[in-house]
Design a protein around this ligand. Structure first.
Ligand code: PHE
Length: 346
């Protein structure tokens, strides 16, 4: 029965060679699956044990055991070798060369329009105001009616508008935020600002743009008076433009405030003497304000005999232009990095 013993040796050699020749883990797995499954030639050899007797039987059993151990050892060795190879390949391909110079990222600036919103917001938040935002597309009802500007009121023409439908338009001012706030607070005291975009069918020039920003302010409560309005705006303007600025209140007209004022600050170029920047007047108009009109309070469910309030609207670009000495409003919208990167918040 020598040939059975030879066969074990032959098959063992063949399997070990196949194992050693495996190029990768898949190939190794294939050898394992084909050569070592239950019906494989190697495992089939065990059936020959029945044909053997005595010592031969013992010897054959030992030989099979040795062959199995040798095959398992070869498998384990190859498996480790291939796994190590894989890790090395991965390490080599994922290597980061830390001696390479990094990428240069250009950090942009924040548009001065936003810087001014942030500054105005900070000042009013420090005085206890809440920040609200309203929609850019408003209904005629909120933009005009609730602001005491009924259909056919001549004030509508002052705010020539972009209509979306016959009853919706791009808001011409942030004042509708007042009505939204009063609806939301329904009868409770209010102290809010609302920064946002406004749109008017203006011809664009150095001081006008069809799109611009405003910050609306509204305070409603019991016993709110004109002195509160004056003190608040003076404080705000001095914080914004410096302690030395003179602040001037001029009587004006807005349908939604009574009395109404326009507020000017002394010109930063000539300090009140008169120059081209202030068109010779020494002052520059900066915002509109007034005591909330009783009709507006009434329409919003506040009893004007019990409640009063003041409101104001600040032009954002106007503030930014004066603050930074920008001479053309259109620069805020051209997104020219050379312009924008010059501004940082002080
Ligand atoms: N909404 C007014 C405008 O756009 C400004 C304003 C706001 C005036 C609040 C008075 C009170 O011109």
């Amino acid at each position: 029965m020598a040939n059975v013993f030879e066969k074990v040796g032959e098959i063992k050699e063949r399997i070990i060679k196949a194992i050693n020749d495996a190029k990768d883990l898949n190939a190794l797995k294939l050898v394992q699956e084909t050569e070592l499954n239950k019906k494989s030639e190697f495992n089939g050899l065990m059936s020959h044990i029945r044909e053997l007797l005595g010592e031969e039987k013992v010897k054959f059993g030992q030989m099979m055991n040795e062959a199995r151990s040798a095959i398992q050892a070869a498998l384990a060795k190859k498996d480790e070798e291939l796994n190590n190879k894989l890790i090395e390949q991965k390490l080599a391909s994922e290597k980061i060369d830390i001696t390479l110079p990094g990428y240069n990222f250009k950090v942009g600036g924040i548009n001065p329009f936003q810087l001014i919103i942030d500054e105005i917001t900070d000042i009013f938040v420090s005085m206890g105001y809440e920040v609200k935002e309203g929609p850019d597309v408003e209904t005629d009802y909120f933009n005009f009616e609730r602001m005491n500007i009924p259909a056919n009121h001549p004030a509508r023409e002052m705010q020539d508008s972009f209509y979306i439908t016959p009853t919706t338009l791009l808001r011409t001012h942030t004042s509708p935020a007042q009505a939204h706030a009063m609806d939301e607070k329904s009868g409770q005291p209010i102290k809010i600002i609302c920064p946002g975009k406004c749109f008017r069918r203006d011809d664009d020039d150095v001081t006008h743009s069809h799109q611009f920003g405003q910050v609306e302010g509204l305070v409603v409560g019991k016993g709110i008076n004109f002195g509160n309005l004056k003190a608040t705006l003076e404080l705000f303007l001095r914080k914004m433009f410096g302690e030395k600025r003179e602040v001037r209140f001029r009587g004006s007209y807005f349908p939604f405030t009574e009395p109404s004022v326009e507020v000017d600050i002394s010109c930063m170029e000539c300090h009140g003497k008169g120059c081209p920047t202030c068109k010779g007047t020494g002052f520059i108009e900066i915002l509109g304000a007034g005591m909330v009109h009783p009709n507006v309070l009434k329409m919003s469910g506040y009893d004007p005999n019990e409640y009063s309030g003041f409101a104001f609207g600040v032009g954002i670009e106007r503030v930014a232009m004066l603050r930074y000495g920008v001479d053309d409003i259109r620069k805020f919208y051209q997104n020219d990095v050379r312009f924008i990167e010059q501004f940082t918040r002080k």
